[in-house]
Structure formats: C-alpha cells, structure tokens
Design a protein around this ligand. Sequence first.
Ligand SMILES: Nc1ncnc2c1ncn2[C@@H]1O[C@H](COP(=O)(O)OP(=O)(O)O)[C@@H](O)[C@H]1O
Ligand SMILES: O=c1ccn([C@@H]2O[C@H](COP(=O)(O)OP(=O)(O)O)[C@@H](O)[C@H]2O)c(=O)[nH]1
Ligand SMILES: [Mg+2]
Length: 228
Amino acid sequence: MWRRATLFLRVLEPPIHINASLSQTFTTGFPFHFQEKDGICPKPLITFVLGGPGSGKGTQCGKIVETFGFKHLSAGDLLRREMVSDSEYGSMIMNTIGEGRIVPSEVTVKLILREMESSDNHKFLIDGFPRSQENRIAFEQIIGAEPHMVLFFDCPEEEMVKRVLSRNQGRIDDNINTIKNRLQVFESLNLPVIDYYAKKGKLYRINAVGTVDEIFEHVRPVFEACEF
Ligand SMILES: Nc1ncnc2c1ncn2[C@@H]1O[C@H](COP(=O)(O)OP(=O)(O)O)[C@@H](O)[C@H]1O
Ligand SMILES: O=c1ccn([C@@H]2O[C@H](COP(=O)(O)OP(=O)(O)O)[C@@H](O)[C@H]2O)c(=O)[nH]1
Ligand SMILES: [Mg+2]
C-alpha cells in the first residue's frame, strides 16, 4: 500500500532528476547531501514518532517499516550506540540518559543527519525525537526540513511504567527512579512539541492502549491515507 503513497509523493512533490556525474556534490535544496537512486533524487519524507517512555514507539515503528518501507531512526538507539563507541560524547550521553534528561540537540541532530545522509531510503521514521522545542528548532535549522506528519502514541502513565519495567533490555534508564524523571521531562518538554504540531495540523494521536496489532490497526490508515 505504501506504493500508493509514493505515487502521491511523485505527483505533489516531483523528484529532482540529476546528472549521475553530479551525484557526489548535488544537494536537494536541503543542507545535507541526499543519496540519489536511478538518477532521481527524491525529497526526504519525514515522520516524527512521539510518545512517553514505554508508549510503544519502537514497537510500532517496526510494524510501519515492515508494512510501509520506511527507514527507522531511533534517536535513543543512535545515542546508545554513540555512548558505547569511542566518542568524545560517550560519558556525557551516559550521564544524561541515566538521569533521564535530554542530550544537547547538536549531538542528537548530528547523529540523525549522519544516518539520513547515508541512507538510500528517502522515507524516514524518526522515533523519540524531537523531545523538546529546542530539539525541534535545532532539527529545522541543521537539517533544513520539517516533518510531513507526526504520530503521537498516547498512553496512560501507569501502563508506560509497567511496560518500561518489564522491557528487560538492560537499559540504564529503565528503573523506577529514572522513569519518574523521564515522565516529568516528557510532560514539561515533549508535550509542548506535540501541541505545536497539533496546532500546525500535522499531529495524529493514536490510542496506545491495546495489543500491538490492535494499535497498528489505528496506525495503518494514517499511512494509507496520507497524500505525500
Ligand atoms: N501494545 C503493547 N502492549 C503491551 N506491551 C507492549 C506494547 N507495545 C510495546 N510493548 C512492550 O513495552 C515495552 C516498551 O515498548 P517500546 O516499543 O520499546 O516503547 P518506547 O519505544 O515508546 O519506549 C517493550 O518491552 C515492548 O515489547
Ligand atoms: O532525542 C533524544 C532521544 C533520546 N534521548 C535520551 O535517550 C533516552 C532514551 O530515549 P528512547 O527514545 O530510547 O526511550 P524510550 O522513549 O523509547 O523509552 C531519553 O530518556 C533521553 O535521555 C535524548 O536525549 N534525545
Ligand atoms: Mg523506544
């Protein structure tokens, strides 16, 4: 079904045809170099996936990727990968995640940018970002693009806490003390981002209570109907 969405994209936002020899240096009008495919350099299509800790963002992103062929970029996973690499930011990221705070925007946006530039897919699901208005503004300034739509997985706190505590992935932040901080940060810094996109008419609120498959049945029509 995502083929139909791609068709719409081609009608509304015609891909840019480029000379193969220019492919190394050509940019799409965005500040990053985007990979061309078959001589065509389509504009990136960005969906932000938001929701509190444990609301099921990562799980539903997996289903969206399977069904609609997006490239999944989890900001948390990128930060955790950077944390265990030799990066100069490693200990800062570890302390910040351990306390449930937000890593400085430049670091996260740089990691997202690197993944976008090296992807041969132009449809991106950006999971768990932006977590604050400051994150959002940094993304717009550095990447030079806005999301086409934003999903918000709306889940009651008790359910989120229950899911996080039974996640069992050995994460340093999946403990009751850090969860309290993460929920507070979500409410004070992430909800304003969600409100911002609601006012722009880009927000799709999904009831995140139910089985994984039931929730995906609320997600599916959003992607089937979108005319991008
Ligand atoms: N609908 C659901 N019902 C019960 N558990 C779920 C559901 N969706 C996800 N989970 C589980 O809850 C935990 C958190 O899900 P995850 O996708 O990692 O959320 P997030 O990325 O928003 O933190 C995981 O262990 C996952 O398997
Ligand atoms: O854009 C981001 C994404 C994540 N994080 C940090 O990484 C943690 C885990 O994020 P993730 O999205 O993996 O958690 P989830 O919501 O999926 O449980 C967050 O609490 C933050 O400390 C961050 O600082 N900026
Ligand atoms: Mg996640």
